[in-house]
Structure formats: structure tokens, C-alpha cells
Design a protein around this ligand. Structure first.
Ligand SMILES: Nc1nc2c(ncn2[C@@H]2O[C@H](COP(=O)(O)OP(=O)(O)OP(=O)(O)O)[C@@H](O)[C@H]2O)c(=O)[nH]1
Ligand SMILES: [Mg+2]
Length: 337
């Protein structure tokens, strides 16, 4: 029999007929699906699949409203084209740059905001936050109150940027309900599977959405242990290398960069502290040369971004050969910091 009950952790429609299918519950009196239950209680992660067409339909439905939108961006993984999501939604929008705790404190927030002001993206306001560290959450609530046009406030963005974590923190901070329900969160992509309305106060309902899946993100091509390693959990300690032509920087199992043209240079890695980086002579190792090679030209004070892994700040002009899994996106941008 069809039912209209949805998982309160991830939004999936609940069903008791097929264990192998999303939304399964042994008993329809449960409020939470088996996948969320296992993830929350046993740390047992099951990858769900979500098609981007469904997500784009959700964005289009948001655009039909006049409601305020929070567009959440992960500061360590800023997408190459952040206008993709914006182009589907015409609403008033606050750009929420999250996971601020991961980038070093020494970086100036104004510098980060200045970077975004040059991307041609239209927004009413911009704020850096950390849901984990409860940084700037009061200011975010203030902006929501300032710009909202109805009770509903949509939270959109790519998958895994921290949308549900942001909502959980808002609920924890500002909800007056006795039972403060928490959405399911995880380091895997596609944790949230459908729209979920969360009443924050009498005047504000936050609406969580699944994220747009980024096929170029390295998280799609490594195992779960590596995903946990790649996901920076605390403030990154940038690793700077003085490198000459003919030298190579390697992150075991993931990434190799050969410096093939340019003056003596400085490469600073902003990646998870759990990843080791080693410097070798190019001709002394063949490590990772079986991966796909891409030759990249970098200008003065630019970043090489490896989607999902982080970025490398380069000081002088350089040409490098990068070896990486074929589908992982690499691009160059003007330095974020
Ligand atoms: N360091 C840090 N990690 C965060 C922060 N917010 C979220 N995360 C982590 O980012 C990962 C993804 O968080 P989610 O809240 O599940 O992300 P989401 O955008 O809801 O993801 P989907 O539902 O899959 O689209 C989790 O491992 C979180 O712990 C933050 O402010 N700081
Ligand atoms: Mg989510």
C-alpha cells in the first residue's frame, strides 16, 4: 500500500517492501529509514544514488517561490563554476561560505569575500561560517531575518558541503522545541535524499535539500577510508615546499605533480592534515604514473584546485604535469588567499 511517510533524517519516502531499495524500514511506524538508522547508530555507511535531474527539478521548484535561499559553499571545495546552481534559481540569495574552521585562522575573511565578489555571482549578502565551531551563526540568523520574504528559507548547494550540518546547528542554537531533532549528516555524498522542512521558530522554516552531485569530485573515486582521510576535520596546517624544475610532489595513492617548467618556486598545499606529501626527484620514481596525466599552466599567484582534495597555492609561473584519476577535475584560479 502506498504511504506518504518520509524519513525525518534524509527525507526519503519510507517503504517496507524491498530491503534493497532506498527508504526501507522493517516497520512503517518507524520515523527513520534503515540507512539513516545504521549510519547514526553504528557508523555503517551505505552510498545512496541521487540523480542530478531530480535535484535540478527541486531547484526549479525553489525558483517558482519568492523565498529566500541560502547557497552553501564549502570553502575548501569551491566549485569551478558556482553559477551553475545560481542559474536555476532567481530568488534572493545569501552566499554562505562554510567550514571556515578548516582554513587557517590567519586568512582574512574579507579577502575570501573579495574573491567571491569577482565571480559574477549575484547575491544579497555573503557570510563565512563554521557550523562545527558555531562561528558567525548569530550573524547568519540576523541575515536570514533581514532578507527573508516568507517563513520558508531554502538551503541549497552541492552535495557534502554541509547543508544539513548548518541546519542542525541552527536548530540546536535557536529552536525552542524541547526535542531538537537532528538531520542525518555524513562525509559521504548524497546523504540527504529529498526536501525536508524543519521548523526553526514560528517565523522561520528551514528547508534542507539534497545536493547537486559533482562528478569531478575525487570522493566519487576512492574508498570510504580514503574519503575519511581526505575530509579535513580541523584547521589545515598548510604545507609549503620549495621546488625546482625536475622535482615531484606526491600524495601516496592519490596525486602526483611533476614540476617541468619554471623558476625556483613555492607550492603550498591546503589539504587534510591526514595526507602526507613527499618531495622526490622526477626521474627517481615512477609512482602514480599509470594515472591520467594532465599538463597544467599556472600564472603568478594562482591556485591549482583538485576537486574534493583541496588546493595548491603557487607563487611563480609554472608548468606542471599532474597525475590523477581520470575523472577528477583539476583547474586553475586566481589565488583565494
Ligand atoms: N570542519 C567542518 N566540517 C563540516 C562543517 N559542516 C559540515 N561539515 C562536514 O561535512 C560533511 C558533510 O556534511 P553534511 O551536513 O552531511 O553535508 P550536506 O551538504 O548536507 O550533504 P548531502 O546531504 O550529501 O548533500 C560531514 O562530514 C560534516 O561533518 C563545518 O562547519 N566544519
Ligand atoms: Mg544533507
Amino acid at each position: 500500500m502506498d504511504n506518504e511517510k518520509y524519513c525525518i533524517g534524509c527525507g526519503v519516502k519510507l517503504q517496507d517492501s524491498n530491503m534493497l531499495y532506498e527508504g526501507y524500514v522493517p516497520d512503517l511506524s518507524n520515523d527513520i529509514c534503515s540507512r539513516c538508522f545504521k549510519l547514526r547508530n553504528y557508523g555503517d555507511y551505505q552510498i545512496a544514488t541521487k540523480s542530478n535531474d531530480e535535484y535540478i527539478d527541486i531547484l526549479k521548484s525553489v525558483s517558482e517561490t519568492k523565498d529566500l535561499v541560502l547557497y552553501v559553499i564549502d570553502l575548501l571545495n569551491i566549485e569551478k563554476d558556482i553559477n551553475v546552481i545560481r542559474n536555476y534559481i532567481k530568488n534572493r540569495l545569501i552566499l554562505v561560505l562554510t567550514k571556515r574552521d578548516i582554513l587557517p585562522k590567519s586568512i582574512n575573511d574579507e579577502k575570501i569575500k573579495e574573491y567571491f565578489s569577482k565571480l559574477g555571482l549575484e547575491y544579497q549578502d555573503i557570510i563565512t561560517i563554521s557550523a562545527n565551531k558555531n562561528y558567525n551563526m548569530d550573524e547568519l540568523l540576523h541575515l536570514i531575518k533581514k532578507y527573508k520574504s516568507s517563513k520558508n528559507v531554502y538551503v541549497v548547494g552541492h552535495t557534502n558541503v554541509g547543508k544539513s550540518t548548518l541546519i542542525n546547528k541552527m536548530v540546536q542554537n535557536y529552536s525552542e522545541d524541547e526535542e531538537k531533532f537532528q538531520l542525518t549528516i555524513s562525509p559521504l555524498p548524497s546523504t540527504t535524499l529529498n526536501k525536508i522542512n524543519i521548523k526553526l521558530t514560528d517565523d522561520i522554516t528551514l528547508i534542507d535539500t539534497p545536493g547537486l552531485v559533482d562528478r569531478g569530485n575525487i570522493a566519487n573515486y576512492v574508498d570510504f577510508d580514503m574519503i575519511k582521510k581526505i575530509n579535513a576535520k580541523k584547521e589545515i596546517k598548510p604545507d609549503t615546499f620549495q621546488v625546482k624544475c625536475g622535482q615531484s610532489l606526491i600524495i601516496p595513492d592519490l596525486f602526483r605533480m611533476d614540476y617541468i617548467e619554471g623558476e625556483k618556486n613555492s607550492f603550498t598545499f591546503f589539504v587534510s592534515n591526514d595526507l602526507d606529501i613527499t618531495k622526490k626527484d622526477i626521474n627517481k620514481t615512477d609512482a602514480l604514473k599509470d594515472l591520467t596525466k594532465r599538463t597544467i599552466e599556472v600564472g603568478y599567484h594562482q591556485d591549482i584546485v583538485i576537486n574534493g582534495l583541496g588546493f595548491i597555492k603557487v607563487v611563480e609561473k609554472a608548468v606542471v604535469d599532474i597525475y590523477l584519476e581520470n575523472n577528477v577535475e583539476v583547474f586553475v584560479r586566481d589565488s583565494l588567499i
